[in-house]
Design a protein around this ligand. Structure first.
Ligand SMILES: *Cc1c(COP(=O)(O)O)cnc(C)c1O
Length: 365
């Protein structure tokens, strides 16, 4: 654990964003929050504890082990495993996690596993592919699926869902509406064949923002919880939740001609004061941010990374900054600063946040 570097989770900002999205929903629409990948690189347990307190309806993770970690931490909310693997379906059942059934392969294996138990009406979620072409059944599979469900009373279709490919891109509106229409057809067919009513859902964060009226019975909030909506106008209305901070470990003075760091990548052309910061590429500071490509904030002033990013440290130029060893360093603390790093790395906040390594301590503030 790198206890010098901290990823702060701002609980009141998170509650604010949650309330913002809730306010967009009809009174009866349920809210699922996706806490996969350590809750978008933060901390799935800490976030889920806050969500449990705030009474969201559902959580979702990608893999069974992520759900098990939540159960072991005492999270009682229902948890969907979005991408279950056949080799740990039994483990998933042991922790009462709810699989997304997306193929006949997973389906038949899961039926076998449930039949070896004395469980009944085990909750499952059916995923349909409406155009993302990643995971999911086809609309043509509905009859066959329902026959299997009726045959094995051991399973209960708690929800039926699909995922949008381009909900953030209004140029793809026509395509998105085609996906939504296919989903409506699937919904009708299932409602006709099944003698109870599952929860239907298709919207992710950008879907909630751009296609609010297609919220069906539930929505799946992900990146929006942290203050990002893939849309500037909405992002501006949200609050930033995650801040990455570190400290100055040591100050050095370079004389003209001295170099700093590996490969002597920076050579001082004048007397230069530098600060060594306790965060490096093993913590999630991409090496592309070295050599002048990124500035951290120290005492409200910008300090540029000089030389190469090391595994555990970066060195920054603090010639013009009044600072001392032990002072706080801000890597990011706003949506703007997160966007700016993501842009520099030609990526999106989703990837940037999930790159913060588990070595960085997480705290709720
Ligand atoms: C990750 C994920 C989400 C959340 O998406 P955001 O864009 O972060 O809101 C919703 N549904 C599924 C199936 C996902 O995999």
């Amino acid at each position: 654990m790198n206890s010098a570097s901290v990823l702060e989770i701002n609980e009141s900002a998170l509650a604010y964003n949650l309330a913002y999205f809730k306010a967009k929903l009809n009174k009866n629409t349920k809210l699922l929050v996706v806490v996969k990948a350590f809750s978008y690189g933060s901390d799935a347990v800490l976030i889920s504890e806050i969500l449990q307190k705030n009474k969201v309806d559902y959580l979702a993770v990608a893999y069974a082990n992520e759900g098990i970690a939540l159960r072991n931490a005492g999270i009682k909310l229902p948890i969907i495993v979005l991408h279950p693997q056949i080799n740990n379906l039994a483990l998933l059942v042991k922790y009462y996690l709810e699989p997304n059934i997306y193929s006949f392969n997973v389906f038949t294996e899961f039926i076998k596993i449930i039949q070896q138990t004395n469980l009944s009406e085990y909750p499952i979620h059916l995923k349909f592919n409406t155009g993302l072409n990643r995971l999911g059944f086809s609309i043509n599979d509905v009859k066959k699926i329902i026959l299997l469900i009726e045959k094995y009373k051991t399973l209960k279709v708690t929800s039926v869902f699909s995922h949008l490919a381009a909900s953030e891109d209004l140029n793809e509106k026509e395509f998105t509406l085609t996906q939504i229409n296919s989903f409506k057809k699937i919904k009708l067919e299932i409602e006709n064949l099944l003698d109870y009513k599952p929860i239907f859902h298709i919207l992710n964060t950008s879907g909630i923002v751009n296609y609010t009226k297609y919220q069906f019975d539930m929505v799946r909030l992900g990146i929006g919880l942290y203050g990002f909506a893939n849309d500037k106008k909405t992002t501006d209305k949200l609050k930033n939740v995650l801040s990455l901070k570190s400290v100055i470990s040591q100050i050095h003075i370079l004389e003209k001609g001295n170099s700093i760091g590996y490969n002597r990548a920076f050579k001082a052309t004048k007397k230069t004061k530098t600060a060594t910061i306790a965060i490096g590429h093993a913590d999630g500071i991409n090496r592309k941010l070295g050599n002048g490509n990124f500035e951290v904030l120290i005492n409200n002033k910008k300090a540029s990374i000089i030389g190469n990013v090391c595994m555990d440290m970066i060195m920054v130029d603090v010639t013009e900054i009044t600072c001392k060893e032990g002072d706080q360093v801000i890597i990011f603390d706003s949506q703007k600063s997160i966007h700016s790093i993501a842009n520099k790395l030609e990526t999106i906040p989703y990837e940037l946040l999930t790159m913060i390594s588990q070595r960085v301590k997480r705290v709720v503030v």
